[in-house]
Write a protein that binds this ligand. Structure first.
Ligand SMILES: [Zn+2]
Length: 447
């Protein structure tokens, strides 16, 4: 089964940054066969032909940090720093069960799909005792909507009585966490190109996890060949906390635990020294940049230009919907450009560099070489953007126009050759029904 996506402005995000303003993408069995411009390829004669009418085609976007469950608790603790915000939200999150998680995941994943995102990493770390099936609920939601998910078995084992931030009744036992991680890996993790469901190991943060669990998590992940993720250097309060408890900065702490490595990516990384950036580059440690969330919580702006110049892997994340109420990755592309320029001047980031973070950058951060780029052999994950609306009139450079006038609802989203969004609407689910079911569940999470 072959499909030719013809007459598009194809933004490949390959290593040379090739673009084809009059281009095409030929797909067979969910995989890209060839990409080019001008005359249509030989193999296209018996293919189904989809005329894109000049739309911009990018790789499906890749989200590298989220907490889908937080769609249930939006717009709370509106003027709080991270620690105050967390203390207000932990007791509400303690009410989470599989039914609520499913409704939350469907909402966040639907929003992301409609923003052109084909692969979603979710950092789930809230596991109230006795509530099973939370990760499974997210995976089910992703399968139904048709997007790829990298779901994490996150964790917290450092409660307030031991000097941590979360309440004691929301932390778990180390052995139970590791056993459940191993079980989820056995049940859900797919290997190889085109994987639709993967598992990552993701203890929550230096202020909610013991050093022992960090080390044991890394050992387990490395034994199973799973990627590692955590929050790091998000706020000045976190740095103070680490200095007090561990006698060093958050990055030094992670380094000590063997956590700076090329199978690790960290969310936020707002407060990094020049030496920290050097260690990230030396070790291949990746970064999930979440600019809207960092602004929403007043945490600061991450030094992304410096990280990119040092050669670090950087992707974008919407972060959880309690600290960025909108799960729209296109918004983060524009926001990444704006905050980089706010910090470093007008040439600190181009529109294409910002888009690169959300595509090629995201796949590199997740350790995947099968998505994030439009080139032969990669998965046919395509985001197709209409360019005939009000907001792109007058834009000759449609790629820059798309980034600078964002966010946009994607016209069509293709995941592994399957159409997931068509005409700006979900193909496999009803958006209005998802919103209704979500509101019913969210009603259980009011203070
Ligand atoms: Zn987060």
């Amino acid at each position: 089964m072959r499909t030719l996506f013809a007459n598009g402005w194809v933004v490949t995000m390959d290593e040379h940054g090739a673009e084809h303003p009059h281009g095409w993408v030929l797909v067979e069995d969910g995989v890209i066969l060839s990409v080019g411009a001008g005359a249509e390829p030989d193999g296209a004669t018996d293919a189904e032909r989809v005329d894109l009418g000049g739309s911009v085609v990018t790789p499906g976007l890749v989200n590298t940090h989220h907490h889908l469950c937080q769609t249930l608790t939006r717009a709370r603790a509106e003027e709080a720093d991270l620690f105050t915000w967390l203390r207000e939200l932990y007791p509400l999150w303690a009410r989470l069960d599989a039914e609520a998680e499913y409704a939350a995941a469907r909402t966040g994943l639907a929003e992301l799909a409609l923003s052109g995102c084909s692969t979603v990493f979710d950092h789930h770390y809230v596991f109230p005792r006795g509530r099973d099936g939370l990760v499974e609920a997210e995976v089910q939601a992703a399968r139904e909507l048709g997007v790829r998910i990298v779901a994490s078995r996150g964790s917290m084992d450092l409660g307030v009585s031991e000097g941590g931030l979360p309440p004691d009744d929301l932390v778990e036992n180390l052995d139970a966490i590791l056993a459940d991680t191993e079980l989820l890996h056995a049940q859900l993790h797919e290997r190889g190109p085109g994987a639709r469901v993967q598992i990552a190991v993701a203890p929550c943060s230096p202020f909610s996890v013991t050093g022992l669990l960090m080390e044991e998590s890394a050992a387990l992940a490395r034994r199973l060949g799973l990627p590692l993720h955590t929050h790091l250097a998000e706020t000045v309060e976190e740095e103070e906390y680490c200095r007090e408890l561990y006698g060093c900065t958050p990055v030094e702490y992670l380094d000590r635990l063997g956590w700076l490595a090329d199978d690790v990516w960290c969310a936020h990384c707002v407060h990094l020294s020049t030496a920290d950036i050097g260690r990230f580059a030396e070790t291949g440690t990746g970064v999930a940049h979440c600019p809207t969330s960092n602004l929403r919580l007043g945490a600061g702006v991450a030094p992304i230009r410096d990280l990119l110049d040092a050669g670090c892997r950087v992707g974008l994340g919407v972060d959880g919907s309690a600290s960025n109420e909108r799960s729209d990755l296109g918004t983060e592309v524009k926001q990444a450009l704006l905050v980089a320029r706010g910090r470093g001047g007008p040439d600190a980031m181009t529109a294409r560099e910002a888009l690169r973070l959300a595509t090629r950058g995201g796949s590199a951060v997740l350790g995947r070489d099968d998505i994030g780029v439009l080139e032969p052999g990669r998965q046919a994950d395509l985001a197709i953007w209409a360019v005939d609306g009000l907001e792109l009139g007058g834009a000759e450079d449609l790629v820059a126009g798309l980034v600078l006038s964002g966010p946009h609802r994607v016209d069509r989203l293709v995941v592994g050759g399957d159409v997931v969004v068509r005409g700006g609407a979900l193909v496999h689910a009803d958006e209005a029904e998802i919103a209704r079911a979500h509101r019913a569940q969210a009603g259980r999470f009011t203070p």
